[in-house]
Design a protein around this ligand. Structure first.
Ligand SMILES: NC(=O)c1ccc[n+]([C@@H]2O[C@H](COP(=O)([O-])OP(=O)(O)OC[C@H]3O[C@@H](n4cnc5c(N)ncnc54)[C@H](O)[C@@H]3O)[C@@H](O)[C@H]2O)c1
Length: 263
């Protein structure tokens, strides 16, 4: 898929990876870029900068996602590419309150369901359309210290796989974007373990680099888009010997939280 001339929605477009994607799509000549974010001011700033349209949207609210899609279609015509990118990334384990688990589930998984429900009927009628879901390397591997994030990002990949199998023969393309660490506000979560944050910061890339890899992935219509290529190797190791991979992850966790002896 080439994005020139296309109508594109980017959720979580007010900051970070979403803002970089929106800017890149506009620069590549998209017909219209709709920047959706729960932070309406941030969405507005990005939209103003790139000549797009901002819509304040909570992607965890199905009616709001339906409304977003209607607005985009009215403004620019049928949606060619829906980038379901908004996500939340709190750290925490099993003791995270149920309400927090439910909220992250709504944003990191159900938002993708709501987006697909809203755009697929029109895409299936046209026999053409593209769904890009931002998951994470945590969806293929795991995220040390972040149970709900890891679980919901796995679920997002499961959904993307299922949609690709179910609708791929009907002209629907699906990609799962799985970055490892990207230099965005998400890495500055106030509840993050400082030792883990310090380790993560050694491995970050910039949102614009992610956008570049996404452009390649979309043009090749590749299912897995991996801005950090080593994630493919880690995923292979996990599939080849799950127990060995778990052992290695426990060792990594000890190294990171042990503060010294960082890799
Ligand atoms: N930064 C990383 O290291 C990293 C790594 C892997 C995956 N990701 C994923 O990339 C995506 C983008 O994250 P980012 O790193 O750019 O973070 P970010 O915090 O810079 O941007 C996330 C955006 O999503 C918006 N958002 C949050 N909840 C929303 C909601 N309910 N409705 C609409 N918008 C909402 C926020 O306002 C923000 O603008 C997320 O899905 C995240 O899980 C990030």
């Amino acid at each position: 898929m080439k994005v020139a001339g296309k109508t594109i929605v980017v959720t979580g477009g007010g900051n970070g990876i979403g803002a970089a994607l929106a800017a890149r799509f506009a620069a590549e000549g998209a017909r219209g870029v709709l920047v959706a974010d729960i932070d309406g001011d941030a969405a507005g700033e990005v939209a103003d900068r790139i000549g797009g349209l901002a819509v304040k949207t909570d992607v965890g609210d199905e009616a709001a996602v339906q409304h977003l899609v209607s607005l985009a279609e009215d403004a620019f015509g049928p949606i060619d590419l829906f980038c379901s990118n908004a996500g939340v990334g709190p750290t925490g384990g099993l003791d995270m309150p149920n309400e927090a688990w439910q909220e992250i589930w709504n944003v990191n998984l159900m938002a993708h369901v709501y987006a697909a429900r809203a755009v697929l009927p029109s895409m299936l009628t046209r026999g053409d359309g593209y769904l890009l879901q931002t998951s994470s390397a945590a969806g293929l591997l795991t995220n040390i210290g972040a149970a709900a994030y890891s679980v919901t990002k796995h679920a997002a990949i499961a959904l993307a796989e299922w949609m690709s199998v179910t609708y791929g023969d009907n002209g629907i393309k699906v990609s799962a974007l799985c970055p490892q660490f990207v230099n965005t506000a998400m890495l500055d979560a106030p509840d993050a373990d400082p030792a883990i944050s310090a380790w993560v910061r050694q491995k970050t890339i910039e949102p614009e680099e992610v956008a570049e890899i996404v452009m390649q992935g979309l043009s090749e219509e590749r299912f897995l888009i991996l801005p950090h290529p080593e994630v493919a190797e880690f995923f292979l190791r996990k599939a080849t010997d799950y127990d060995r991979w778990l052992h290695g992850m426990r060792r990594l966790q000890r190294q990171i939280t042990g503060v010294d002896n960082l890799e």
